[in-house]
Write a protein that binds this ligand. Sequence first.
Ligand code: XMP
Ligand code: MG
Length: 174
Amino acid sequence: MFRSGAGRVQISQEQIAARIQALGQEIKRDYEGQEPHLVCVLNGAFIFMADLVRAIDLPLTLDFLAVSSYGNAEKTSGEVELIKDLRLPIAGRQVLIVEDIVDTGITLNYLLRLLEARQPASLRVAALLSKPSRRQIEVPIHYLGFEIEDAFVYGYGLDRAQRDRNLPFITSQA
Ligand code: XMP
Ligand code: MG
């Protein structure tokens, strides 16, 4: 079973689902009459993205990019590398970045600058998790799932050395 052998569960499948429904409704309200363009930050945000878009009852478009800031280490190297760029132009679009977790803020700061330069009509951020105590650069998070303390977490798209992305809940190492 998924649950045996895993560490302590911090955020359950049910808690995640309920929070994402609420975020979806908030986003629908804010973007009513518009067609937001959601940008998923691979790999960690792929499951959050899949659930979030289905919770937003609006016409929308989406795209993916990939960055690497960690390699296989659990500590940030401070360097962000764009591994896969967007397929679609974002100029004039209402862009919403979808991130798994904001830690130091270095990755999100890089992405905000990268995408802002392409002149979207608006640029906002949805993040499933945030560790505010770790922040090195202040970055805006308009739609936040959960604030967590400083522990390395995995599951629900987030990896532990590339594994455990398929856990349906979020947990921290014991
Ligand atoms: P920064 O420090 O740039 O980090 O805000 C953001 C990226 O780092 C990864 N990250 C984690 N990944 N468990 C993970 O699986 C964690 O606890 C964790 N903390 C940071 C993540 O890829 C995020 O996009
Ligand atoms: Mg990761």
